[in-house]
Design a protein around this ligand. Structure first.
Ligand code: ATP
Length: 348
């Protein structure tokens, strides 16, 4: 019987409410599919920062390395500078563990009213480059208080960084509907994103069986709303992917529906699985947060660990639950966070 060691980092805000529910689903599905999980919880995040002046201890990354995967909620609190959670926790884990793929699927949830007019089924995956691009935080502010003040951030796109995420996207497309749409803005960002296009073009040539389409970011935001059914794999940069995945959540019906994985495809390090939304302090502590994205993230994690059938069971149970109308407030229902997890477990 396989046993998986999972590090659990609920983080802050609604993370503390939805992670335990996701864990209950994982425990139930493990029983059903005959594997076991061993979890250890770490109370890191912005709350930890307020007490210890750091988001995770000095040896936190070394601690995480010993696990097969990290099941994460979200970090951030209104009392903490909101530039810190990304810099001091999320980017730290993603970069140090070479989690260069941010895998963010978007799909139709049965029984959930979505804001789009068209009823055409949506089923695509955003593959967001997760370690470089616009979020490398290389830059400075010069004389910020003076009338000559300025702020500069540089984007960094390396051949190695583009090639590896592009190969991942094209290989993924081969397991799906064989189409990659790569998002760019090389008509104005004539160095960084022109190079992004060039390297992706070179990789695409190695996958002649996969359709390769290039789309500008402005057009793609419109297409997400007007014709999302055209997408299969959307390959995009760190910043564009950040924005497009919130839009992906919105077209599904709520930000609370999106699950994701920060993947290290070579498996040198554990991958980390989290919903696409943040810690939502405005609704924390009320048992009303939507846990579907967190539960979906559990399915993505189990699939990554090789438990495909368990992952499929979770997705089937989610579909049955939304079809039954077990919907949280953000989806127009009145189900509580725990009601959703209870119903998903019953449907397993
Ligand atoms: P981050 O920058 O960390 O992604 P954010 O500032 O974009 O965070 P979120 O925490 O994602 O903000 O919340 C944005 C809005 O979406 C809030 O109004 C929040 O209540 C709502 N929201 C986010 N997640 C959920 C959820 N799981 N269930 C219900 N509402 C949610």
């Amino acid at each position: 019987m396989s046993n998986y060691k999972i590090a659990v980092v609920p983080g802050d805000g609604i993370g503390k409410e939805i992670v335990p529910e996701g864990l209950r689903v994982i425990e139930a599905v493990a029983k059903k599919h005959n594997f076991s999980i061993e979890t250890e919880e770490f109370g890191w995040g912005a709350g930890y920062y307020l007490e210890h002046n750091m988001f995770l201890p000095e040896d936190g990354l070394d601690t995480l390395k010993k696990f097969d995967a990290v099941y994460f909620g979200s970090v951030g609190l209104p009392a903490v500078d909101d530039t810190l959670p990304a810099k001091d926790y999320t980017f730290k884990v993603r970069t140090n563990f070479n989690q260069y793929v941010n895998y963010r699927p978007v799909r139709t949830y049965p029984g959930v009213t979505r804001p789009l007019r068209s009823e055409a089924p949506i089923d695509f995956v955003i593959v967001r480059e997760n370690t470089e691009g616009e979020f490398v935080q290389v830059g400075s502010q010069y004389l910020p208080d003076s009338e000559n003040g300025m702020g500069i951030d540089s984007s960094i796109f390396t051949r190695k960084g583009i090639e590896r995420v592009a190969h991942y996207a094209f290989k993924l497309a081969r397991t799906r509907r064989s189409k990659v749409t790569h998002i760019t803005k090389s008509n104005t960002l004539i160095n960084s994103l022109a190079y992004w296009d060039r390297v992706i073009g070179e990789v695409a040539a190695q996958y002649p069986d996969v359709e390769h389409q290039q789309m500008y970011i402005d057009n793609s935001t419109a297409m997400f709303v007007l014709k999302p059914e055209q997408f299969d794999v959307v390959l995009t940069t760190n910043l564009f992917g950040d924005i497009l995945s919130d839009l992906g959540g919105a077209i599904m019906g709520s930000l609370g529906l999106g699950g994701s994985g920060n993947i290290n495809p070579e498996r040198e390090f554990p991958s980390m699985f989290e919903p696409i939304h943040g810690s939502a302090p405005d609704i924390a502590g009320q048992n009303i947060a939507n846990p579907y994205g967190q539960i979906w993230s559990a399915a993505i994690m189990l699939e990554h660990l090789g438990e495909e059938e368990a992952a499929q069971s979770i997705m089937a149970a989610i579909d049955k639950t939304t079809t039954q109308g077990v919907l949280t407030v953000d989806l127009g229902g009145d189900a509580k966070t725990k009601d959703v997890a209870n119903a998903v477990i019953a449907n397993l």
